[in-house]
Every structure is written in structure tokens, then in C-alpha cells.
Design a protein around this ligand. Structure first.
Ligand code: SF4
Length: 367
């Protein structure tokens, strides 16, 4: 597996080393055992590249046995395209029959980002409206606010019995205590669907980016502890790992920490979109002459990444664009114009759908 592609560059740059260190398996072996109609484009394109125990989830899906999908978002601001990767994976597992547990991680927003619970609540409603507009079936989901889910907070307290300061420091570095607490709350989010009051012990899968590998291991280690297995009968949770989408300026990750100029939100106006797309770092050459002669470099181009992750769903169209780029048949200006048109259409449709979802979002969070 080639791990040197630019989009893989995250806080963990050596993917092969990270996979071996955190016991992550290459997902292509699992993919080979799946029927074509079960394959998500992220699996075909190698975006979802690694896993721990994901074969058990696919087996449950094939046998129509229950399983759960656990995910969450920190309500700190507008929904952005970096979060869309996980959302697409969650929707995929939902389409395979998984029951979704979706956490509005307002405690983490408070502990990490200093967002008040009141502000977090408002943002969470907006984020839920986005997720519903993207296709989450609320009837088959359990959407909750972390600060009010007592069983999550209780479980996090119980986990603190089995971690030491040195363990947390080795995983997360020297942090304020709240950051360590927040890590335990996240582990509790992943495991609480298995409590008796919810699904009971059940296969669960959590799709994450590779930078979450240390956290995935901590959660699996906690689930394996005899104390918790005896108390709750946890089944070790599965994880899938995806490539990290870089920021528009070539930075390592499309996340809010990259700064609002370098990320695309799902509520960009046409004007801001035009501005941001014009500034995206590409794999184009310095001059038109060079690009005609040498071709562009799609493997190190954020525009191509956006096509690959979201805006060219048809594999043949994506392969055609890659060839056009490589052989100098298309220039970056034209390629960006095409992207802008596609993103703009997507955002407009999304906003239309979202406007109908606010009432339901509010109802979910407040009732
Ligand atoms: Fe990127 Fe398109 Fe330019 Fe190729 S032509 S380097 S894919 S922007």
C-alpha cells in the first residue's frame, strides 16, 4: 500500500509505522471479500484504508445482525467539509443496517475550545440540521448531547480508575486535566451504546481519521479490562481509519484549527467560495507551457483531493480528470472553475434541505 500520497500527511505522517504501532490492519483484505454493491467509493478509492476488526461489522451487515455505528462532532462552529468525510462513512454504515449513535460533544467543546454549554447547544442544533440534511435517518439514530447523557459521564468516571497520569501523558502529551477527562468521555461515548439500557453488548464501529489511532487504542484497551468486561460485557469496538483531507492552503488537516480561510464550510456564499477556490494550492506547474509539456500533479493537488473525496462520485469521471491533468490536457484555472460549479450546486441544494430540518433538530436535542 502506497502511504506517501500527499493527502495522507496528517499529524502522523508515517502511516505504515502508525499502522504497525497501533495494530491497524489494511482494509483491502476485507474489501476483497465484499460484494460490489456493498462497496463505498471511499473503500474503492483507498480513502478508508485501515481498520481494527471491521470484518465483524461487514459480517453482521451480511447476516443482517444488529450492529451500531458511533460517531460525534464538537459543536464549535459551522459544519465543514472535513467533518463530511466521517458523516459519509456513518451514512454508509447506516445503509448497511447499523444503528447510529451521534454525539454532540459539547463537553469537549467546553473543555477543549472554551465554548459555553449554552453556545454549544445552539451550534449543536445547527450541526444536527446539517447532518439530517446530509441524509441521517433520525428514526434509526440516537442523537444526544454529551453534557446531558449521564451514562456517558458515569462511564467516563469509572474509566478513570484504570488510567494513570503517565499513561495519558504518553498518549496525549502534557495537557490540562480537562483534556484527559475529555479523552475518557470520548471513550465512554464509544462504549456506552453497549450498556444494558441501550443495545447491550453489540458490535460497534467508529469511523475516524488516522490521527485518532492512539485514542482508538485507549478505548479498545479500556474495553478489554477485566473489570469493565465483567461489569458490562463489552465487545471490543471496531474502528475504520480514513485518509486525512488537507487544508486548502496545503496545511495538514481540513479542520477548524486550520483557520476559517483554509476550510470550506457547507454554508459558504458564492462569493466566498469563489475566493477560497481561487486560492487553493494545486499540483499545477509554474507556467502554462510547463504544464502543457509535463502535465500537472493530481496526487499533490487539493483540488483533485476535493474531487476524490466528494465532488466526482463517478470513478470513471475521476480517472478521466486524473489523466487529463497528468497529460497536460486541462489547466488549473479550468479545473478550478469546474470545482467551483460543483461545490456551489452542492451547497445550494444542501442549504435548501437544511432549512427544512431545523425544527426536527431542535426537537431531537430539546425533547
Ligand atoms: Fe489539480 Fe486540476 Fe491543476 Fe491537475 S489541473 S493540478 S487536478 S487543479
Amino acid at each position: 500500500m502506497n502511504l506517501s500520497i500527499n493527502t495522507f500527511a496528517g499529524t502522523i505522517s508515517d502511516y505504515e509505522r502508525a499502522m504497525s504501532e497501533f495494530g491497524i490492519q489494511d482494509i483491502s483484505v476485507v474489501v476483497d471479500s465484499l460484494e460490489k454493491d456493498m462497496l463505498h467509493s471511499y473503500l474503492r478509492r483507498g480513502i478508508m484504508f485501515g481498520h481494527t476488526d471491521a470484518q465483524k461489522i461487514f459480517q453482521s451487515a451480511k447476516e443482517k445482525k444488529p450492529f451500531a455505528v458511533m460517531t460525534g462532532i464538537k459543536p464549535t462552529g459551522q459544519y465543514h467539509i472535513g467533518s463530511l468525510i466521517t458523516c459519509k462513512e456513518v451514512l454508509y454504515f447506516q445503509s448497511l443496517g447499523g444503528k447510529v449513535y451521534f454525539c454532540m460533544a459539547d463537553m469537549e467543546s467546553f473543555l477543549h475550545n472554551g465554548v459555553s454549554l449554552k453556545e454549544g447547544h445552539k451550534i449543536a442544533i445547527d450541526n444536527i440540521a446539517d447532518i439530517l440534511a446530509l441524509g441521517l435517518d433520525s428514526e434509526k439514530s440516537y442523537i444526544y448531547k454529551q453534557s446531558e447523557e449521564k451514562n456517558v459521564l458515569r462511564l467516563a468516571s469509572m474509566f478513570s480508575k484504570n488510567v494513570t497520569y503517565n499513561m495519558m501523558k504518553a498518549i496525549y502529551g502534557k495537557q490540562k486535566f480537562g483534556a484527559y477527562q475529555s479523552a475518557l468521555i470520548q471513550a465512554a461515548d464509544i462504549l456506552f451504546p453497549q450498556l444494558e439500557q441501550y443495545e447491550g453488548p453489540i458490535q460497534t464501529v467508529t469511523p475516524v481519521g488516522l490521527e485518532q489511532a492512539p485514542h482508538a487504542r485507549l478505548t479498545r484497551d479500556l474495553a478489554k479490562k477485566q473489570l469493565y468486561r465483567e461489569e458490562f460485557g463489552f465487545i471490543i469496538p471496531s474502528f475504520t481509519f480514513h485518509q486525512i483531507l488537507g487544508a486548502l492552503d496545503g496545511g495538514e488537516k481540513m479542520s477548524k484549527s486550520a483557520g476559517s480561510t483554509f476550510i470550506l464550510t457547507l454554508s459558504e456564499s458564492e462569493k466566498s467560495l469563489k475566493h477560497k477556490i481561487a486560492a487553493i494550492v494545486t499540483g499545477g506547474r509554474d507556467t502554462k507551457k510547463e504544464q502543457l509539456e509535463l502535465g500537472g500533479q493530481p496526487e499533490s493537488c487539493r483540488v483533485f483531493d476535493l474531487y476524490k473525496f466528494f465532488f466526482m462520485t463517478d470513478d470513471k469521471t475521476l480517472a478521466k480528470r486524473k489523466d487529463e491533468c497528468r497529460f497536460g490536457k486541462i489547466m488549473c484555472g479550468e479545473c478550478k472553475q469546474d470545482l467551483q460549479k460543483r461545490v456551489n450546486e452542492f451547497i445550494q441544494k444542501h442549504q435548501e434541505k437544511k432549512s427544512d430540518k431545523f425544527d426536527l433538530a431542535k426537537q431531537i436535542l430539546e425533547n
